[in-house]
Each structure stands twice: as C-alpha cells, then as structure tokens.
Design a binder for this molecule. Structure first.
Ligand code: HEM
Length: 407
C-alpha cells in the first residue's frame, strides 16, 4: 500500500478515528515526512521507544522553544543535561513518596468527594464535565495554594495552552489566545509568588520558592513558568485519563464489574487505558545528528513527531493490541508509572512524566469513590462515547446514569 493513502493527521477522517491510519503507518510507512507540520512522523513501537529513551544522545527537546515557550516561558521540558537534572531534582520530591502521601492524598480525597457530592443523589452525571475536567486542575491549584474560586480562569488558561501546543495547522486565533494566556497568567501569578516568598505557607508554591539544589534556586520567572506547565501538563492529561478509563470500562461491562469487585485492579485498568487510549497522542523531539530508524533516515536538526497512540497499539509489542484488556499479561502494571514503563504514554527517559504517581493517585482515589457513589453505573440511553482531539485526545463527554446514593 502506498504511503499516500494514509489519511493525513490534519484530516477530519484522522480526527474521527486515528487508529486505522496508525495501523497503515506502522505497516507501510513507518517514517513519513509531513509537510504541513514540517516534521517526520514515527509510528512503530521500537522507533518511538528509541527516540524517547535516547540512549545515544541523538535527540533534544529544543522543539519546545517554539512549541511551548511562547505560552509558558522556559520550562523543564526544554532543558537538558545538568540544568534539567537540577531543576527536576527541585520539583520531583513533591510528586512522590511522603510528600505525595501525607500532603496531597488528603487533598485529592476531599476535592473528589466534594465534586461527587454535587451529583451522587441525582442519579445522573457527565463524568467529563462534572468530574474529569474539574478534579485534576483543582488538585494542582490547591497543591500550589491558589484560590479555588479562580478555577474557571485556570481551566480557560490550560485549555488555551494545550490548544497552542496542539495547533498543528497553525490557526492564528489559537496562537493569539495562547500568547494572551501567557500575559494574563504572569499578571496573576507573579504577585502571588512575591507574596509567598515573604510569607511562606505549607504549600507547593512555598516549597518551590525555598527549594535549593547545589546552591541553585528558582527565579520568580522560573516558578511562574513551572506553575503554568503544571496546570496544563497535570490538568488536561489527567482530565482525559479519567474520561478514558470510564469510557473503556463502560464499553466492557465484564471488566467494569471486575474492577468494582476488586479495587486493587484500578492501577491495571489505568495502565491499560494509558496504553489503549493515551491522553497525549503526540510528543515531538529534535534530532541532534543524522538518525536511522526502522523506516529510514532523519537528517540532523529535524522535528520528529512520535505517535504514541500508534506505538502503543503496535502488534509486534502487544498481542491483540486493538483490544482493551485489563488482564493482558504483556503490559506490566508494576512499572507502568515509572520510567521503566513499557507503554509510552508518559514518554521515557529524562523527561518521563514527573507527575505520573500523582496522576495514579488521582485515578485510584477518583475511580474508587465514583464506583462507591454510583451503583449500577451505565451510559445514558443511546449514548456511545466518542473521542475528540488529535494532539491530546479523550471523550468529549460521558453522560451516565446510576442508582442515587446519600453522602
Ligand atoms: C495521565 C496523566 C498524564 C499524562 C498522560 C502525562 C504525559 C506526559 C508526557 C508524555 C510527558 C513527557 C513530555 C516529553 O517527554 O516531551 C510528561 C512530562 C511531564 N509531566 Fe505529565 N502527564 C500526566 C500527568 C501529569 C501530572 C498530574 C503532572 C503534575 C501535576 C504532570 C507534570 C509533568 C511535567 C512537569 C513534565 C515534564 C517533565 C520533564 O521535562 O522532566 N503530568 N507528561
């Protein structure tokens, strides 16, 4: 089959369902020069894994200078070498171990319960609008010690940031909205950072202000950029993951029943959801040298678009890869939330998602509480979930019915 028959990644056909195109790419055109995004598309598991791991120093994240710096400022994503390692060491402890357990799990539990209490007695909800779109961004805002009442602004900001990141067709309206967000976010955040330096509290923002590694501290500008990244990276992605895990389980009632009966299966269901319907479908890199991949050669200085959604369904890595199966034995749950993961949805290597364990905690708590609050859970009559988005992707809405419960 000729590569010209593969649907374009900017076409409506691809947006409606990218998986047939991913299959064609893996089978017949594993390396495609894509003129509109001026990047090479890479779809096979072995190639995407190799680009992310980058064991030979062949790739950089310099692409983020044009892809995201115009909205966030310079963030950890585009740093490399020692600068990246120092910055990552400053922020990583907040997202794992005792900080996560003692400071943030109670916050997740409370916010999740508050959201559920709004609809548990009604017998119906939209799990995207009423829950998924609200929990992660509220959790990050509260972790940072920001005012929960500003939630609608955070939501608007991170939506415009993600639209900027995924603006593959270069829509000028999306570009302008992203740049406006940068200005508005700085005006909101910088006075709070200055105030928090003078009067530190028990929140992540105060921790970031005080954190020091090898005598290095973060500047106000650095902290503002990082907070902007956190709202987007932690908000949009986990939002899509919550919709994704419920859409997948509701389509497979036997697996939903198994998770309801044994909540210890939630991490498995989340790992399989990450593989099967990843919240982030595309991550870019820039080649530092000429690189030979399975489909051909990429010149130095080129942008490479790694198609995570394609690689995660590569039949040479996962048996019956187009099947959602939380019991599959070729996906390792124990490592799925660490840089030793075998799915590619958090990337791999130096930039492996620093929030993976936080996302897991949100999903574990959220799914557990939702299942308790929603006995007899089912999709609204006649509703079939559909995914939306090309760069990030997830169910647009998920209306459900259930037997009402009391608090
Ligand atoms: C299911 C949820 C999530 C998914 C699918 C996801 C996905 C990703 C991916 C693919 C990367 C790698 C980017 C690259 O290599 O270019 C990444 C990095 C990152 N993620 Fe996540 N993420 C999730 C949740 C979160 C959460 C909850 C947070 C924090 C609040 C977070 C913060 C970050 C940060 C700060 C980085 C940059 C790490 C670095 O450059 O060293 N993410 N994430």
């Amino acid at each position: 089959m000729s590569p010209t028959r593969v649907p374009d990644i900017l076409s409506p056909e691809f947006a409606a369902n990218p998986y047939p195109a991913y299959r064609m790419m893996r089978d017949t055109a594993p390396l495609i020069w894509h003129e509109a995004t001026r990047s090479y598309l890479v779809s096979r598991y072995e190639d995407v894994q190799r680009v992310f791991r980058d064991r030979n120093g062949e790739f950089t994240t310099d692409n983020y200078a044009w892809q995201i710096e115009p909205v966030h400022g310079r963030t950890i994503l585009q740093l490399s070498g020692r600068e990246h390692a120092v910055r990552r060491a400053l922020v990583a402890p907040a997202f794992r171990g005792s900080d996560l357990r003692e400071r943030f799990l109670p916050v997740i539990e409370r916010i999740s319960r508050e959201l559920i209490d709004v609809f548990r007695h009604t017998g119906s909800a939209d799990l995207v609008a009423d829950y998924g779109a609200r929990l992660p961004v509220s959790v990050i805002a509260e972790m940072l010690g920001l005012d929960a009442a500003d939630h609608p602004r955070f939501h608007r900001w991170y939506t415009s940031v993600i639209a900027f990141l995924g603006n593959l067709s270069g829509d000028p309206g999306v570009t302008a909205a992203g740049e406006r967000t940068r200005v508005e976010f700085a005006a909101y955040m910088l006075p709070i950072i200055r105030e928090r330096r003078e009067h530190p509290g028990d929140d992540l923002l105060s921790t970031l202000c005080a954190a020091e590694v090898d005598g290095v501290r973060m500047s106000n500008e650095d902290i503002k950029a990082f907070c902007s990244l956190l709202l987007a990276a932690g908000g949009e992605t986990t939002d899509k993951a919550i919709g994704g895990i419920f859409a997948n389980l509701l389509r497979h009632p036997d697996q939903l029943a198994a998770v309801r009966a044994d909540r210890g299966l939630i991490p498995r269901a989340f790992a399989e959801t990450l593989r099967y319907t990843p919240p982030v479908h595309m991550i870019m890199r820039q080649s530092a040298t000429e690189v030979t991949l399975s489909g051909g050669t990429v010149p130095p200085g080129a942008t490479v678009t790694c198609l995570i959604g394609a690689a995660n369904r590569d039949g040479s890595r996962y048996r019956d890869a187009d099947r959602f199966d939380i019991f599959r034995d070729d996906l390792t749950t124990a490592t799925a939330f660490s840089a030793a993961a075998d799915h590619l949805s958090f990337a791999l290597g130096r930039h492996f998602c620093v929030g993976a364990l936080l996302a897991k905690a949100e999903i574990e708590i959220g799914v557990d509480q939702l299942l308790d609050a929603m006995p007899d859970l089912r999709l609204a009559d006649g509703f079939a979930p559909t995914e939306q988005g090309v760069f990030t992707r997830g169910p647009h809405s998920l209306p459900v019915h259930f037997t009402p419960t009391d608090t």
